[in-house]
Write a protein that binds this ligand. Structure first.
Ligand SMILES: [Zn+2]
Ligand SMILES: [Zn+2]
Length: 436
């Protein structure tokens, strides 16, 4: 009787932990699941049970404290505190990584360092032991896992640990004893690449999210903790459903690297206050991205193609930005308003930086001394360019070609002559006038 109570208690805890949207939801929307009895799904792993709904494809798993940790049919290769393989019948449907070394029945298992589970198309459930601190490289890559609970003990999710687990729609970062938070610090390169995860709140202690960590994932929303200082290359690239990225209050983010959000489904984003650089193609082809808000004044560089092809309608460039590189806002066909914040220190606008926009007017700060070729080309609605600098900035060829036929370039009254004679400005001489 006592044992039964313990089992029930564990089941209740397990249900509480997995209470997020997965195929184990108690209802599927159109019906309340009608569960069959729990049954062991893999005789090698008698501590994991599954039950299926009798009227739909849903199923759910639970871990029970029965014949666990090597008392029956355990088939792991264990070296000291590390699981190094699976030596039983293959392929397993369910795996339990023990809490302690089943051989000496004492040493805590702290690491899963094997790719023996990788590419196993049958593996649908893994229970990760409560002492595991590192889930190693490729540990569960390309398996059929649907949901996973990361114990509070885990500090590192290794390179490609859940890579291309196409069915993995739920990850739960468990709380520790006494309500302590997850110990997770590092999510390595490609860890959740290609997964079906929808909504992820990365634990507060995570300070590193690796290159391509969520690339091609099904994410709809993600919350990034304050300690992340860099979003690395391709981290969220091609997350087509990713609408909402929330950065924690007091975000320390300083860098958004190349291709970080390229092709993501973002509709709006607030760039945290300490971000200094937005790198090459970081938000390129985010066609639904209509609003970008800069929360602070650390940003100095908007790199090549950073917002190329984005759906932006208006943007205010912070005063702190001094370099806007080539093609930064190229092909933002809906972008009708570009404002440089008062006090702008902008020095340089790269080639084709603002070409193919819906701009009707633009005011270029006095600090700008270089404008690249085709910088504002093919803005067919562009009627008014206001130059605040007395000395004409260097201008690349064709900077304003194919603007509106009534284009007027308004310059300081004493500078009209200088502008009309300056290289490449001379091409637009008959459109240059003194500004009121
Ligand atoms: Zn059902
Ligand atoms: Zn077990």
């Amino acid at each position: 009787m006592k044992k039964l109570i313990i089992i029930l208690a564990i089941a209740v805890i397990a249900l509480a932990i997995t209470g997020c949207p997965t195929d184990s939801d108690s209802s599927s929307g159109d019906h309340d699941h009608k569960w069959e009895a729990w049954r062991v799904v893999d005789l090698n792993t008698p501590c994991i049970e599954e039950r299926a709904c009798l009227t739909c494809w849903a199923s759910e798993f639970r871990h029970i404290d029965k014949d666990c940790e090597g008392t029956s049919g355990l088939t792991y290769s264990v070296s000291g505190d590390t699981v190094t393989g699976f030596s039983g019948l293959t392929p397993p449907y369910a795996v339990c990584i023990p809490d302690i070394n089943p051989v000496d029945k004492a040493t805590p298992i702290t690491e899963i360092n094997t790719d023996k589970f990788k590419n196993n198309p049958n593996l649908r459930y893994v229970r990760i032991g409560a002492n595991v601190t590192k889930i190693g490289k490729n540990a569960f890559a390309s398996t059929a896992l649907r949901s996973v609970i990361i114990p509070a003990s885990v500090t590192e999710i290794g390179n490609s640990a859940f890579y291309d687990c196409y069915n993995l729609s739920s990850v739960t970062f468990a709380k520790g004893a006494n309500g302590a938070g997850s110990a997770l610090e590092t999510i390595d390169t490609s860890a959740f690449h290609g997964t079906a995860l929808r909504s992820v709140i990365i634990p507060a202690g995570v300070t590193e999210i690796g290159v391509s960590a969520f690339r091609n994932a099904g994410l709809k929303s993600i919350t990034i903790p304050a300690g992340i200082t860099t979003i690395y290359d391709y981290t969220f690239e091609n997350c087509k459903d990713l609408e909402t990225v929330t950065f924690a209050k007091d975000s320390q983010l300083g860098f958004i690297n190349a291709n970080a959000f390229k092709g993501a489904g973002l509709t709006s984003i607030t760039i945290p206050a300490l971000v200094q650089t937005i790198s090459v193609d970081a938000f390129a082809n985010c066609k639904k991205l209509t609003t970008v808000t800069f929360a602070g004044s650390a940003l100095t560089t908007i790199n090549e193609g950073a917002f190329k092809g984005a759906g932006l309608k208006s943007v205010t460039i912070p005063a702190s930005v001094n370099l806007i590189h080539n093609n930064a806002f190229d092909n933002c066909y809906s972008l009708s308003t570009v404002t440089f914040a008062p006090g702008s220190v902008l020095e340089s606008i790269g080639a084709s930086a603002f070409s193919n926009l819906a701009l009707t007017s633009i005011t270029i700060p006095a600090s700008v001394y270089g404008i690249g070729e085709l910088a504002f080309a093919y803005c067919g609605d562009l009627k008014t360019v206001t130059m605040l600098r007395e000395t004409p900035p260097s201008l690349g060829a064709g900077a304003f070609i194919t603007a509106h036929e009534d284009l007027k370039i308004l310059v300081p009254a004493d500078s009209v002559d200088d502008y009309q004679k300056a290289t490449n400005w001379d091409y637009f001489a008959d459109k240059i006038f003194a500004k009121p």
